[in-house]
Design a protein around this ligand. Sequence first.
Ligand SMILES: [Ca+2]
Length: 581
Amino acid sequence: MKRLTFAALGTSMASAFRKGDDRMPADESRTLEEGKRRRRVSFAIPARAGHHAKCPEVGMSSQGLSRRNFLRVSAGVLGSGLLNRSLARSHVPKARDRRPNILLAIADDQSWPHAGAYGCPFVSTPNFDRVAREGVLFTNAFAAAPQCSPNRAAILTGRYIWQLEEAGTHSSNFPRKFPVYTEILESAGYMVGYTGKGWSPGNWQVTGWKRNPAGYDFNQRQLEERPTQGISRIDYAANFVQFLREKPKDRPFCFWFGGHEPHRPYERGSGLRLGKRPELVEVPGFLPEDPVVREDILDYSLEIEWFDQQLGRILQALEEAGELDNTLIVVTSDNGMPFPRAKANLYEYGIHLPLAIRWGREVRGGRIIDALVSFVDFAPTFLEAAGLPIPREMAGKSLLDLLTTESGPQSHRDHILAGRERHSHARPDNLGYPARAIRTERYLYIWNARPDRWPAGDPTGSGEPEGYHDIDSSPTKTFMIEHQNDPHVRRLFELGFGKRPEEELYEVCGDPFCLRNLAEELAFESVRNQLRERLHNLLRQQGDPRELGTGDIFESYPRYGQMRDFPGFKEQGKYNPKYQR
Ligand SMILES: [Ca+2]
């Protein structure tokens, strides 16, 4: 595969991100070239704890860009000739000659800054970067849940997890009654398939589905060799080619490429062994600075690169089939990195995810969009692109206007919502850790509905030595448990593993690692109160059982994954009668 030069651009942008103190509006789309030349970006690439990017100042627009700077940027865009193009073709025509194919490429457990296009210095993702360069790079895309199956269900249904009953909890079942975009497209004549990880983990058969909600299974083809023991044997690209071969020529397709990477377990030391450099790793501020952690992050980054290489092979197959430009391609992840205070947490590194979208000539390429977008927006986007009506039950909002409107400030939504219920079997009686969050451009407000419970799972009682089972087993987790009383680990251990107050508030533009809870600080009282009220109003409107006083129903839902030796209810695949209504 041809080596692309976009990674070099990403690196140069990375230094701009760190130095940048000048801001673009969050809802302003801009060109990558523009970003490169002017060296300005609107989001803070994470730096070590204590090094905080500036938040927008008073007197600037709410998006953080002064009127004067906005005019300068507009002039730059005009000078580049891009604005002229956009005026000539400002909207996608509604009626298309051919219905587009839909390709969703979704990694497993990759946090948002960890792609070359975002300036990450320790991962190389030329194919993600290509999609971003030839399409659009999103800097503020948010999962509906920080866990595999709940967020995947939100993608498929365009609904929030509190609207999905069993599918709102991890590794449960998927009620048959919820319409999913793959099925709507199939009814409209699309051929629908997936390779790798579809809607998972969980049991879809038990509720009457005849196939995985992500599509028909294409997982037969396997690799003869794989670079590490942690990487899946499934040959994603060969399975995609098989899918294309089986597809009748006159039918459009909808395909889900669900990489198993960078989900754990990793082959320990594989990053180092295959030449990754620990000194380039930027350890997020919520993790301790230690070689064990750096090497763990290297193993993670190696798997991100594997996913990206397979994406490259799939793009090549699309090109060879002559379908590249007639395919709406979405590249993203399902939740954040599998480390303490990231995956399964409503903090930035749990729900803020990478996203790039390409769609031939329908979406002008080379732009960065800072607008807030939610994963519940994907299903309506796919349906609208296919010329189909969007069911009323879908809570998301199509991204097509945002993608196809080329000039001027754009807005999509002024907040995103996310939530979590049960993750692993991590507490007595198979209880979960219910929490909800609202994220605006500047703030993240979290409501922990049961602060009496352990957010990462109970420390003991599982019959296993380590505890905290909502954190995936890993060298980093073990290191933090073993060193929890060391001075440089103690506070981070408390943040990642300890109990939390009912309310948390973070000013994420300056605190991307969510280390300083402002919820009890007097200066932020009115911000907290406003966000609290907004969140609860929205949840009430959407019928969230946690808001309506019937939230215990989530504790009743079956879990089909591994059960541990905690006291109380522990029957795999069964409803807990104690919490059924
Ligand atoms: Ca995942």
